[in-house]
Write a protein that binds this ligand. Sequence first.
Ligand code: HEC
Ligand code: HEC
Ligand code: HEC
Length: 142
Amino acid sequence: MKSLTRLIVTLLVALAGTGLWPGPAQAEYGDVVINNYSDAAGMRPVVFPHWFHRVRFRCKVCHADLGFQFKAGGNQINMLKIIDGQFCGACHNGEVAWSAENCNLCHSALPGTTTQVHESTLQKLAPPPPAAPASAAATAKK
Ligand code: HEC
Ligand code: HEC
Ligand code: HEC
């Protein structure tokens, strides 16, 4: 765990140094809980681990090419679109990443967790960004 912390800190410092790191965008560390429709449909809300994805892909891949808005809950995502290859489905198709059949891997938040960015474990290891959302206390177990 120690070396993971060091790696993360090193990465942050390196990014800040290049000017590529746009500052403390919370979602870079936090998990985004998405719950526009899930609870109402009887599914657990979705947890999107932003940092996990961000270290694998450039911002542009998702926020430009795939059209994800920079806002927690700001995309009208549903399973038809995902199976059609939009949003998460552009990758979670059994080729780039495991497929949409793995319901519980995405629908993993505690029932009733509202749409939000909440701090992840990684965020606790790295220096926290200044303004954590007040709702950060509501945790979603994976
Ligand atoms: C790759 C991630 C992912 C996987 C895997 C996944 N979902 Fe979803 N699902 C989402 C996202 C994101 C939303 C939008 C969440 C919201 O706004 O509440 C969603 C929404 C839903 C909704 C509500 C909207 C709608 O389409 O009716 C249902 C029901 C649902 N999923 C069921 C399932 C079931 C059943 C499975 C497995 C067969 C599954 N999901 C697998 C990401 C996923
Ligand atoms: C693999 C796809 C992916 C990549 C890569 C990615 N993001 Fe995101 N980002 C998302 C998704 C999905 C959301 C949540 C959207 C939603 O809830 O509908 C999000 C949300 C956000 C938000 C809004 C969170 C909030 O506080 O409301 C910001 C800001 C953001 N991303 C910045 C970035 C930056 C900066 C990068 C690159 C350093 C990046 N993202 C890379 C998929 C991605
Ligand atoms: C640009 C491609 C891309 C997009 C878009 C994307 N993912 Fe992923 N995702 C991946 C890859 C690659 C992995 C790693 C798969 C593996 O380890 O086999 C992954 C892994 C995950 C994991 C597991 C994380 C872990 O700790 O192992 C979750 C949960 C997840 N994605 C949810 C989502 C949800 C929800 C969305 C849409 C809001 C989404 N992903 C959109 C590429 C993507």
